[in-house]
Every structure is written in C-alpha cells, then in structure tokens.
Ligand binder design. Structure first.
Ligand code: ZN
Length: 254
C-alpha cells in the first residue's frame, strides 16, 4: 500500500488556486496575474535592499545583519578563500600571513586584523575567526557600549589566539581550536574614557558592566561557533572563549 503523499496539502492548494483562476473572467485573470507579478517584484526589491536577509547575496560585513547573515558567516568556517574575499569586499583592513607549523598545529590562512582594537599584541587567527570578530565588534560590542555607556570600546583585552595544545592542556584527547588559532580568549574591554570592564571582576557584579558583558556574550553567539563564558565553568571565569569550530548552523553558547 502506498504511504501517505506528503505533498497532498500543497497539491490541493494548487488545485484550489487553479479552479479559482478558472472561475474568473478573462480580465480579472489578467489583473490577478499582474498582482502576483507585482508582489514578486516587490519581494525581489526588498531582498535587494536587505541583503542580510537574502541567502543569495554575497556577504558584505557593511550590510545590516539579517536572518541569512549567520548562515553565511558559518559557511566561511570551511571556506577560507571565500572568507578572504568577504573581508576584501567589506573593506576590512587585514594582512594575510604565510602558513606556519605542522599538523595538528598547522596554521594556514593566518589572518591579522589590522584595524581591530586589540589591546597589547595583535594576534593572527584563522580567517573565519577574523570575520566573526569584526562582525561581533560592529554588531554587538560597539552598539552595546554606546547604549549602556554612551561611548565606544577603545581596546579589547585578550589572552591570545594560538596555543599548540589539547583541550584544557591535557595529555590526550581532542586538540583545542587554539592549536590552529581558530579561537581567541577575550578578557575585558576598555572604553574610550579609560573605564575597564574585565570578566574576572565584573561578571558577577550587578550593574552596567555586568549587563554589558552579558550583552556582548549573547551577541558573540550570533557570529561564533562556540562561545564559553564564566557561566560555563570555573576555567572560563576570567575570559570568553570564542572559536569557529565547524558545527554547521548550530553552535555552543554558554
Ligand atoms: Zn580559549
């Protein structure tokens, strides 16, 4: 016996639509088709103005993020060449560095963001990390700082991106994303007026600094594959671990 046809409701709707069209007089049929065509054109125009919600538009970090943006950023994790094209198209200042190291700590497609407000040294990361850091800065860090403190973040403090080691520095088990600089640990933020917001001190306090840290943690989940905060475990009490481990569209956000 054949199984139930899953397309049946759609076919029924189509048949209903065809019957309704057949009942219309000729000029009304023309008007109905014109209305449908106009709706199609309006939809196309809307997608052209909202490339962030258009899954076919090439990713440009200058465009406002839409519902398709997250999937496009996730796709860059497995496509470094496309990732560099995105940074170029978006006019992000970056330097492509030569590969170094050997597997499992081989760093290919090393990318250094030249305009990113790193405090201290300027680490290189994978291209996918660089693109996500830039999106996070634009769409989450600066808007949250403006809204809560009325000023920009001037510097972002970090504990580095590259470390050739396994997870939690164990002797066996899976390698850390830090082993390929596909991760970074963020420790704090310095506002333009010099105010410091650091995870180790401000995460558990009440007030604007804690609110800011939670906002940028949640914002990071829109750009990175993995976000681990002090909420996750004691090992992360003083930093956000951000990485671009490839997990399709799903992510870890704790
Ligand atoms: Zn980390």
């Amino acid at each position: 016996m054949p199984g139930p046809n899953r397309n049946l409701p759609a076919l029924r709707r189509l048949a209903r639509f065809a019957r309704a069209m057949a009942r219309l007089s000729a000029d009304r049929r023309v008007i109905a088709l014109l209305v449908i065509f106009a709706m199609f054109l309006a939809g196309r125009a809307w997608l052209a103005e909202n490339p962030g919600s258009n899954p076919w538009a090439p990713l440009d970090l200058n465009d406002e993020a839409g519902w398709a943006t997250r999937a496009k950023i996730a796709a860059l994790r497995d496509d470094p060449a496309q990732c560099r094209a995105v940074l170029e198209r978006s006019e992000v200042a970056f330097t492509s560095l030569d590969p170094v190291g050997e597997a499992p700590c081989l760093r290919e497609y090393r990318t250094r963001l030249d305009g990113f407000p790193y405090a201290g040294d300027r680490p290189d990361t994978t291209c996918a990390m660089a693109a996500a850091l830039e999106i996070w800065r634009r769409d989450s860090v600066q808007p949250a700082a403006q809204e809560i403190f009325g000023q920009d973040v001037a510097r972002i403090e970090h504990f580095g991106s590259f470390s050739c080691r396994r997870l939690y520095g164990r002797d066996e088990g899976p390698w850390s994303e830090h082993a390929t600089a596909n991760a970074i640990d963020i420790a704090g933020f310095v506002l333009e007026d010099g105010t410091r917001i650091v995870l180790i001190e401000d995460w558990d306090r009440e007030g604007d600094k804690a609110r800011f840290l939670r906002r940028v943690r949640d914002g990071a989940c829109q750009a990175f594959g993995t976000v681990l905060s002090p909420d996750y475990n004691a090992a992360h009490r003083d930093h956000f671990h951000l990485d671009q481990h490839s997990r399709g569209l799903g992510g870890v956000c704790r």
